[in-house]
Design a protein around this ligand. Sequence first.
Ligand SMILES: [Zn+2]
Length: 174
Amino acid sequence: MRAYTSTTLFSISYDSLYKECIALATNSHSVEMRFGAIILKDDKIIGEGWNKLVNQKKTGKLPIVMGYANHAEVSAMNDALLNGFDLKDAEIYVAGYFPQDKTLYIPDNAYFTCTHCPVYFEKYGIKEVSVPLRNGWTGMSIEDAKESSRTFYGKSQEKREIVGKTRFTLDDVF
Ligand SMILES: [Zn+2]
């Protein structure tokens, strides 16, 4: 465990679920963004995932396939579904980082920045999605997640990058 200095004092970095999400994200090979996702139901972890490429010919019994790449959220949902869990009323936690400079992606406001996954959350009955803010997780309903992703994508590319870019890196978490 590294010693925390004043520049690393942001409370989400102490959160074990956040650390686990970021650890899962490091499994991703994406060159743009790496995300990790954890699904909780009745306080137990029922699914874990990260954004990964999907070989269309080998998707086999994967319940959800988005295209050539599955998001962390969908990978975690597949993990839970393949293990026989019911996603109804489950909660999903998503966190990530930029691999180019290893900076953490922590929005200043509770934005859910994915327009694709809320459709699947809704279909399988996931009730809440949480994103990390510097002072902890912020949960939102799937309706609010849809609305915030619309707001997010309404911004210019430059503003979108500013939204989640931090000066904190993976070294501040591990
Ligand atoms: Zn997504």
